[in-house]
Design a protein around this ligand. Structure first.
Ligand SMILES: [Zn+2]
Ligand SMILES: [Zn+2]
Length: 137
């Protein structure tokens, strides 16, 4: 057993000292100084994660809300115009609905957008922490 330990003498990927730990994701050997904290991975793996996050750019929710509001408002006026032309109560109701969706949708999207995004990013982090990557030979 002792012979085997000597034969396989892993060194830390960062500082080349004797490694007594591994990164849980890529299995890369690390010394106790460079071992990742709980819920963290080695520097290389964290770089992969950062690249993933940057690739998946977050939306500008205030802009999404603004577009929704402006779009619904335009639809409301357009339908209202049509309702006036045709004197249709159905279109009048529709235009009120569009107006409500403009007024309600704007704050709703502004509030819920970032919440949904936070959930998504914490889910992504969980997936990353569960991921196992093999080191290139
Ligand atoms: Zn080290
Ligand atoms: Zn790693």
């Amino acid at each position: 057993m002792a012979f085997r330990d000597n034969a396989y003498n892993p060194v830390c990927r960062v500082c080349e000292r004797v490694a007594d730990q591994v990164c849980p994701r890529c299995n890369g050997p690390l010394c106790s100084d460079h071992a990742p904290a709980p819920n963290q991975r080695c520097d290389d793996c964290e770089r992969d994660y950062l690249a993933l996050v940057n690739e998946d750019r977050s939306l500008d929710w205030s802009e999404v809300a603004m577009r929704w509001g402006v779009g619904s408002m335009c639809a409301a006026f357009w339908v209202l115009g049509y309702a006036c032309l045709t004197k249709s109560h159905v279109f009048l109701a529709l235009s009120l609905l569009a107006l409500l969706s403009a007024l309600g949708g704007y704050p709703l999207i502004r509030c819920l957008g970032p919440v949904v995004e936070r959930l998504h990013s914490s889910h992504r982090r969980q997936l990353f922490l569960r991921e196992r990557k093999l080191l290139p030979p």
